[in-house]
Design a protein around this ligand. Sequence first.
Ligand code: NAD
Length: 260
Amino acid sequence: MLKGKTAVVTGSTSGIGLGIARALAQSGANVMLNGFGDAQAIEALRVELERESSSEIGYHGADMQQPDEIAALVDAAARRWGSVDILVNNAGIQHVAPLEAFPEDRWDAVIAVNLSAAFHSTRRALPLMRERGWGRIINIASAHGLVASVHKAAYVAAKHGIVGLTKVTALETAQSGITCNAICPGWVLTPLVQKQIDALAAQEGLSPLQAKQRLLLEKQPSGEFTTPEEIGGLAVFLCSAAANQIRGASLSIDGGWTAQ
Ligand code: NAD
């Protein structure tokens, strides 16, 4: 379905981004991976994705806090494959602390990676999509793009911001073949969430299993984690023709979290 398309997925060396990159590659898109990690492990991942699909997979190590590196990431994909058709703004970080104790540098970093990076990449990729008259911009927001939780000021502000950016991008591309939507996952068991489970276990003296169940059941009525594969499937659907008129939407995939 996506043969001949080029996708850039930020933060795709792990977790949700990797699930999306894998799903796009298996649907035929060439994919530029991005994210941090051990160089050998990333190369092994790149080769694995290439082997299990008929796509070409590249890697670019741009830091999503640096606008010039973000531009270089988009340009590198366009140089290699001729354009950027699918942009998935996924890279994200978390910091958990009460407002009064929230470190200023953590605020700046969370806003930079989780919000500003999507502005910089969209700005760079949009002219390429307009040239071809087709494009898909998928912003990975969160249930925290729609509702809040304590101690996550920067994350909740950034995720609400990206829901707003999604709507503006959708309106500015409304009369074209380019769509922009946000995906709002609930809890997904990735390294980002594992850190929060470990912190909860240490704070409350819980076993790892108890901490996992407490974290889930506090928010997610299904009692089950959303998976990177499920989010990958939703991203592929958003790239299909059936999704041509889904524009500016925030699609929850959260086990009922925001239905409450
Ligand atoms: P993760 O920690 O598994 O992966 C994050 C990815 O982003 C990694 O590849 C990492 O290397 C990359 N990254 C981090 N900082 C970067 C930077 N400065 N430059 C480039 N890459 C960088 O996390 P995840 O849980 O897969 O999260 C992915 C996205 O999904 C984030 O935007 C997160 O907010 C969102 N999300 C996660 C959950 C969840 O429960 N895990 C829920 C809702 C939304």
